[in-house]
Design a protein around this ligand. Structure first.
Ligand SMILES: [Zn+2]
Length: 152
């Protein structure tokens, strides 16, 4: 068993937070450093696990840690908090992303919460991006419609 199978919390493993279909497809490693694992652990304990507990529905983050090469391949900026293991993207089956984002905003501590590629006439559109930076959480909540960011 390698380190990536380690559990970060009751319902989430490091393997889930480092899995990348893009990395697999390109034959790239996507292995975080000890510091990045610590960041992923904080994110999991303070954001993902409380979301899992409250909604009581299993889900797997669609993207967590991404090294620079993987991050570039998915078209993300080099300033992305995925690179440091501070951020994850996720959705919960049967829950509207709009409702998920609002529950996080009202109930959790976080650095940046973004309702990504959200169309206001479609509550299940897009996905939720959330980051957690221990000791430096700005609690910024934004909606991105594909063109511009707006606070919510
Ligand atoms: Zn993201």
């Amino acid at each position: 068993m390698t380190i990536v199978n380690n559990k970060l919390s009751d319902h989430f493993s490091l393997r889930e937070l480092t899995h990348s279909a893009v990395a697999v497809r390109h034959g790239l490693d996507n292995i975080p450093t000890v510091r990045e694992v610590a960041n992923l652990t904080n994110l999991t304990i303070h954001v993902l696990e409380p979301v899992r507990t409250y909604f009581n529905i299993p889900f797997r983050p669609t993207s967590g840690y991404r090294n620079l090469a993987v991050n570039k391949l998915v078209g993300s900026k080099p300033s992305s908090q995925h690179i440091t293991g501070h951020a994850a993207d996720f959705e919960i089956p049967t829950i509207a992303n709009f409702d998920l984002a609002h529950w996080i905003k009202d109930n959790l501590e976080f650095d940046q919460l973004i309702l990504e590629f959200y169309q206001k006439d479609n509550p299940v559109s897009g996905w939720v991006h959330c980051s957690y930076v221990a000791g430096h959480n700005r609690k910024m909540s934004l909606i991105f419609d594909g063109k511009r960011y707006k606070e919510f």
